[in-house]
Design a protein. Structure first.
Length: 442
């Protein structure tokens, strides 16, 4: 990567960090929060490494002021967080939990006081268990309950929060939860997966309508994981077909439905039994921005062990990798940014990008620093080539609960000592703060 580190991003560019509720909040059993599907999965045998849970996580529920001060110290001007649906509506619908609503009031007010723009994501995978008991995302009703939940949040926070995302990484959580059987609720069934995909898309559309009606002047988006999908062996037609199907499931099924009004070809016929008259218009609602979560190119080859028959292949031997084995290729990031602009014609915010490590100790993280420097340079190249990119949120502010991986994989630019909950900015955080200061000409 030849990236120009002296590139100046446009004035007003957002430099932020992202987190999600279940991964950092903790306080799982406090102040009336109801159980989520991840609380349930964490208690099932052998689902999460070391039997770890989000019960305490980074204790952000009690330490949010310190975390906001950290962000302020780093010079961030935006913060993307998610609201925990079961904290606000412990049973997923019906009675609201006043203490849960109050927590996000306090968080939002602290952010505004620190001159950090709050970016609120309504759903980052922690469905209330009570709704799972009624069928979860495989039930069409969940889309309506999501819209009701969106209305509760919009009415409460819409006076102070202008930037809203409906859902984080639609494809990732539906694939892992309903096809690969790893994420909560841990199902492997192609029909359940197809239903869940369609209902999650319906939830997005209904959520957009609610936000549009209840947040005047709101800027509404959705957050997609888009990773270049390549065949392990480009000369093997089966690998090419596997990569093409994986591309549809991972990269296209949600943004194509939401922004182009149709499902991609391999999925369209299969999902049709679950699509009712008028659904595509319900899903395809105008939004204001595309949230891109990007990490690594993916390699694919057939895999008989999953319900779609396509799975992960190996990256070429000479491809650099992160400490958790994810391929690193900043040029793929630049190309994704350029391609998204052409396909969906929306401003893009990079809502997640970051480096995971299971081996780093303490706060020395030169490989993360280099990753961020090279990926931000690639983003600069995309801008120079015409991409409309308006912001960048590093994943993640803090080391946190990495789903089935528990606490061993660390993605934070701020180290968390889980014994003491002490936060210490890593070398990468100091670099990011300097970089942002340089961009502002401070
Ligand atoms: O931790 C996750 C996050 O919840 C969603 N995007 C990818 C991150 C790293 O795996």
């Amino acid at each position: 990567m030849t990236g120009r580190s002296d590139f100046r991003f446009p004035p007003g560019f957002r430099w932020g960090a992202s987190t999600s509720a279940y991964q950092i909040e903790g306080a799982a059993n406090e102040d009336g929060r109801g159980p989520s599907i991840w609380d349930t999965l964490c208690r099932m045998k052998d689902r999460v490494d070391n039997g770890e849970t989000g019960d305490v996580a980074c204790d952000h529920y009690h330490r949010y002021r310190e975390d906001v001060a950290l962000m302020r110290g780093l010079g961030l001007n935006a913060y993307r967080f998610s609201v925990a649906w079961p904290r606000v509506l412990p049973r997923g619908r019906g009675a609201v939990n006043a203490a849960g609503l109050d927590f996000y009031d306090r968080l939002i007010d602290s952010l505004l006081e620190a001159e950090i723009e709050p970016w609120l994501c309504l759903y980052h995978w922690d469905l209330p268990q009570a709704l799972q008991d009624l069928g979860g995302w495989a039930s069409r009703d969940t889309a309506g309950w999501f819209a009701d939940y969106a209305a509760v949040c919009a009415r409460r926070y819409g006076d102070r929060v202008k930037n809203w995302a409906t859902i984080n990484e639609f494809s990732v959580f539906t694939l892992f939860a309903y096809a690969f059987g790893a994420g909560a609720p841990g199902i492997s069934d192609r029909q359940e997966h197809l239903k869940a995909m369609h209902h999650v898309n319906l939830a997005h559309g209904a959520g957009v309508d609610v936000l549009r009606a209840l947040v005047p002047g709101g800027s509404i988006g959705a957050v997609h994981s888009v990773q270049t999908c390549r065949p392990e062996d480009p000369a093997n037609p089966e690998h090419c077909e596997s990569a093409a199907l994986f591309d549809e499931l991972w990269n296209l099924a949600f943004p194509d439905a939401q922004l182009l009004g149709h499902y991609p070809p391999r999925i369209a016929a299969l999902i049709e039994p679950y699509v009712q008259a008028g659904d595509m218009a319900r899903i395809c609602r105008p939004i204001d921005w595309f949230g891109l979560n990007h990490y690594a190119p993916m390699y694919s080859k057939p895999d008989d062990g999953n319900v779609w028959g396509c799975g992960w292949g190996a990256a070429p031997d000479d491809m650099p990798r992160t400490d958790i084995g994810w391929p690193m290729d900043p040029t793929a990031f630049r190309d994704v940014l350029l391609d998204l602009g052409k396909r969906y014609r929306l401003p893009v915010y990079v809502t997640e990008n970051g480096f995971g490590s299971k081996t780093e100790t303490g706060t020395d993280d030169p490989r993360r620093l280099a990753y961020l420097r090279d990926y931000i340079a690639a983003m600069g190249e995309a801008l120079m080539a015409g991409a409309d990119v308006r912001g960048y949120f590093v994943w993640s502010l803090l080391d946190n609960f990495e789903w089935n991986g528990g606490y061993a994989p660390r993605f934070g630019i701020v180290h968390v000592d889980y014994e003491t909950q002490a936060r210490t900015p890593k070398e990468s955080a100091r670099w990011y703060a300097d970089f942002i200061r340089g961009q502002r000409g401070v």
